[in-house]
Design a protein around this ligand. Structure first.
Ligand code: CU
Length: 173
């Protein structure tokens, strides 16, 4: 009789303990999944420089997520009709060369300095002439997750540009 009672009680304790564990596990999963879904990729300090043939868009991009995030596409929302490409500048034999890249990946909890040669080489290349009266452009980055990040880039004119940054996109002219 007493053994039956104690086994019933221990079964109750076991059930309560399992429920508590399930609750904790579910809570952790919920927390992780909500971190995944929340806005992970942020653009900071964006600006563009024009050239006769188009220009370059430069920015810092932060990944607040726990997994790698990749930029796989770019488009100019405003003004319409301006083509853009993901680019990287590489130095070979002291000569800066640009190449198109399929993607720009940001490590978990990391950043990429898309500032051309002053940063990690990456930048967005504008391959069409920006109208003279346009001094702010709106850019959309497409991530491999399918989500998008929109940001504005104000024009940085040569007068306000540091001397060291002036050389960088000269080869676009
Ligand atoms: Cu370029």
């Amino acid at each position: 009789m007493s053994t039956h009672r104690s086994s019933g009680l221990s079964r109750l304790v076991l059930v309560a303990a399992s429920l508590a564990i399930i609750g904790v596990v579910a809570g952790v999963f919920f927390l992780l999944s909500s971190l995944q879904v929340s806005e992970e990729v942020e653009v900071h300090g964006a600006f563009f420089r024009r050239s006769s043939m188009g220009g370059g868009v430069f920015f810092l991009v932060h990944n607040h997520g726990l997994s790698e995030a990749c930029i796989v596409g770019v488009e100019v929302l405003e003004p319409v009709g301006i083509r853009a490409e993901l680019h990287r500048t590489v130095i070979e034999d002291n000569v800066a060369k640009m190449e198109m890249v399929e993607k720009i990946c940001i490590p978990p909890r990391g950043e990429v300095r898309a500032l051309g040669v002053e940063g990690d080489g990456y930048h967005v290349m504008l391959t069409q002439r920006i109208p003279e009266n346009v001094h702010t452009i709106k850019v959309r980055l497409v991530l491999s997750s399918g989500s998008t990040v929109d940001f504005e880039a104000k024009e940085q004119t040569l007068e306000t540009t540091e001397t060291t940054t002036m050389e960088e996109h000269m080869h676009h002219d």
